[in-house]
Design a protein around this ligand. Structure first.
Ligand code: CMC
Length: 390
């Protein structure tokens, strides 16, 4: 039984070839289709980024217009889906609701369920990207007991999402350009990250030939875990705990606890399997955090001050320096989302919304390769040798 390479956690196994996303963990570099994440965040919006990830190139002006219109034309979900949603308890976790709704889309859109048909895959891709914000906002509205807001397609992708989240039918909702840009940036920064756990899940699930909605629902389910998409929630809870302990004055004490190997306390939002340098997304997120807090008059937000103080102390401390532990994207994204008014429980749902395009691009890349095989890992068997029932 020793014929196979044993590599739990895929620490040294490349499971596929991919031309989509490149990470240099030592340099702290992230490229989508060759473009640095900093340039994309500065010059493009999320739908441009979707076009890039799906089709390999940024859109020219005409393609941009066409792609934006196409996506925004598909934002409405089948009216029957709200009755499906209404079957959940109002206090259901949004990720439970999302896993169900995304998987359920395969029961509503029969003309885009054949994963081997490129036209089906194209339309499924557009539907998923377009409808994810609608579904996330519906899950939120249902939880707070407010009416669902139908999408408004002349708004931007992020602006429409803000309106579906925070607007009501009682008055006109004014989209704040600063919040719209901040949310759009969160979407760009989370759009893809090569073969992480949820993306690998989508590939494995899709490799059986299941329909695209089912494969993406598997990604949503995987992302839910606290070691993956749930980390921003954990980082924010940690900051709130330190705040309760006494805030900035207690940072030194908290860092000592993190360094004590018997304490089991981690600095959430720090460290990464691949980045052994500053996560480039964390830098951009810190910038956005400054802008959003200024826009909302929250410059003195104690959690932001706390985060900056924690970061400063950690970056100078031998424990973190030696282990190459730097802030990751989740260190600041929770503060931004909280300031926008997004409840902590929905953070991972926002991540899922943004990552959907990455999952689809990776799924298409795999299925589009005529030589792809069903994913089927082997094992090293450790159970009893053959024996007989007496
Ligand atoms: N705080 C304190 N010590 C840490 C931390 C941390 N956040 N992260 C790693 N270490 C220590 C760890 O204890 C180990 O020390 P030693 O060598 O003395 O045993 C050393 O650094 C190496 O860590 P590791 O756990 O072997 O590294 P890993 O690649 O297996 O884990 C990680 C990466 C992200 C799971 C881990 O850094 C972590 O748990 N961070 C906090 C949670 C977090 O912020 N996760 C978000 C990841 S980015 C978003 C996403 O992928 O969805």
């Amino acid at each position: 039984t020793g014929m196979f390479t044993y590599d739990p956690g895929f620490m040294s196994t490349a499971a596929c070839e991919s031309a989509i996303t490149y990470i240099d963990g030592d340099k702290g570099e992230l490229l989508y289709r060759g473009y640095p994440i900093e340039q994309l965040a500065e010059n493009c919006d999320y739908l441009d980024t979707c076009h890039l990830l799906l089709k390999g190139e940024l859109p020219d002006a005409k393609e941009r217009d066409g792609f934006h219109k196409l996506v925004m034309n598909h934002t409405m979900v089948h009216e029957q889906m709200q009755f499906f949603l209404r079957g959940f308890r109002r206090d259901a976790h949004p990720m439970a609701v999302l896993t169900g709704l995304v998987g359920g889309m395969s029961a509503f859109y029969h003309d885009s369920t054949d994963i081997h048909n490129p036209e089906h895959r194209d339309i499924a891709a557009i539907r998923l990207i377009a409808k994810m914000p609608t579904l996330v906002a519906m899950a939120y509205k249902y939880g707070v007991g407010q009416p669902f807001m139908y999408p408004q397609n002349d708004l931007s992708y992020a602006g429409n999402f803000l309106r579906m989240m925070f607007g009501t039918p009682c008055e006109e909702y004014k989209v704040s350009p600063v919040l719209e840009k901040a949310l759009d940036r969160i979407f760009i920064l989370h759009a893809d990250h090569e073969q992480n756990a949820s993306t690998s899940t989508v590939r494995l699930c899709g490799s059986s030939g299941t329909n695209p909605f089912a494969a993406i629902a598997a990604g949503v389910a995987c992302l839910w875990g606290p070691a993956h998409g749930g980390a921003n929630e954990a980082a924010l809870n940690m900051l709130e705990d330190i705040q309760k302990m006494g805030g900035v004055a207690k940072v030194g004490e908290f860092v000592s606890k993190v360094k004590d190997k018997n304490s089991n306390v981690k600095l959430m939002g720090f460290g990464h399997r691949v980045y052994k340098n500053y996560d480039p997304r964390a830098k951009l997120m810190q910038e956005t955090c400054n802008e959003v807090l200024a826009e909302l008059g929250l410059e003195n937000d104690p959690l932001f001050a706390l985060a900056k103080s924690l970061e400063k102390i950690a970056l100078e401390d031998d424990y973190f320096v030696q282990r190459k532990l730097y802030p990751n994207v989740d260190f600041y994204s929770g503060i931004v989302q909280r300031a926008i008014g997004i409840p902590v429980k929905l953070f991972t749902g926002i991540f899922a919304l943004a990552r959907t395009v990455g999952w689809i691009a990776q799924l298409n890349e795999m299925i589009g390769d005529a030589d792809y095989k069903i994913g089927r890992p082997r094992q090293l068997y450790t159970g009893p040798v053959r024996r007989d029932i007496k």
